[in-house]
Design a protein around this ligand. Structure first.
Ligand SMILES: Cc1ncc(C[n+]2csc(CCOP(=O)(O)OP(=O)(O)O)c2C)c(N)n1
Ligand code: SF4
Ligand SMILES: [Mg+2]
Length: 296
């Protein structure tokens, strides 16, 4: 190796603060899998950005030695949209919980998905609000007893796969924090997908929802059933939707993948076309700035 060859990116370099999650929390394995995928992909460290809202899972950026942003509860995707559109050279990753993504951030999720913003979103789904110590979340099962539902949850939970597919996410997958190899494969495919890619990852909150994913964890006597892509055409939206109807715990793997232009590419084309129309002299962004100044 020459003296000037770039140093290999390792887990050691990528690790920042020691994670402060409770011992046994599923989120540790998500972080470890993310590090392993980044070690494989070898993106330049200064091109990596992790963004999160609020929650135990949303502490993620503190633990990654990259650009990082910890933002308002439920607004991580809105901020990440701006980062992705304005800095196409960066690899944008969003991490957060089921509450952050499907509850307070649900509206941003819808629009980020339909616009096909180029970023990767990992939803660390523990079926509970962990940070605030056990409230019912949008994915809590019916009957789940929490501080907000002491006699058991009565609201129909969100079906994450159906929600993401119908919102327009162009890569939708499901994984489990007890299955490191599977998580790594899903994260790598999501990262390499051009557009809005989401991996819902079942990640047990051992303190407030212990044992919740045992039925899909072979080490706890459950069944981890993966999607056979010889049988399932990932480009078939109806088939993906039907698979999302499977009774809990359902299947794990890529449900749906669609190639379609990202907003990043469409917006860049608009900028390039506008510039060409203006003879290449004016920067369309300057024109926009002037226009905004008039509107003030
Ligand atoms: C605007 C706003 N509303 C409510 C809260 C309180 N709050 C913080 S985290 C959280 C839910 C966290 O649950 P989830 O996103 O599932 O993450 P987890 O802690 O389970 O990983 C709530 C309600 C907040 N910080 N800001
Ligand atoms: S409260 Fe639950 S989700 Fe939060 S760190 Fe502890 S085990 Fe993990
Ligand atoms: Mg949660």
């Amino acid at each position: 190796m020459s003296a000037n060859a770039p140093e290999k990116l390792t887990k050691k370099q990528l690790s920042a603060d020691h994670p402060t999650w409770c011992p046994g929390c599923g989120d540790f394995a998500v972080l470890a899998s993310f590090f392993k995928v980044l070690e494989k992909l070898q993106y330049p460290q200064e091109k990596i950005v992790t963004i999160a809202g609020i929650g135990c899972s949303s502490r993620f950026p503190y633990f990654v030695n990259s650009h990082g942003l910890h933002f308002i509860h439920g607004r991580a995707l809105a901020l990440a949209t701006g980062v992705s559109l304005s800095r196409p050279d960066l690899h944008v990753f969003v991490f957060g919980g089921d509450g952050d993504g499907f509850s307070i951030g649900g509206n941003h999720l819808e629009h980020c998905a339909r616009k096909n913003i180029n970023l990767t979103y990992v939803i660390m789904d523990n079926y509970v609000y962990g940070l605030t110590k056990k409230q019912t979340s949008p994915t809590s099962k019916l009957g789940y007893k929490s501080k907000t539902d002491p006699t058991g949850a009565i609201d129909q939970p969100v079906n994450p796969m159906k929600k993401l597919i119908s919102a327009g996410a162009s890569f939708v997958a499901r994984s489990h924090a007890s299955q490191v190899k599977h998580m790594m494969a899903m994260y790598e495919r999501a990262i390499l997908h051009p557009g809005f890619s989401v991996v819902e990852t079942l990640s047990e909150c051992v303190v407030f929802n212990g044992g919740s994913f045992d039925d899909s964890n072979p080490r706890k006597g459950g069944v981890f059933e993966t999607i056979d892509e010889e049988q399932h055409d990932v480009t078939d939206q109806h088939a993906a939707f039907a698979m999302a109807e499977d009774q809990y715990p359902g299947k794990f793997g890529v449900f749906y993948q669609q190639e379609r232009p990202t907003k990043n590419a469409l917006e860049q084309k608009w900028i390039d076309d506008s510039q060409a129309r203006l003879g290449g002299e004016a920067d369309p962004k300057d024109l926009l700035r002037k226009r905004f100044a008039v509107m003030k």
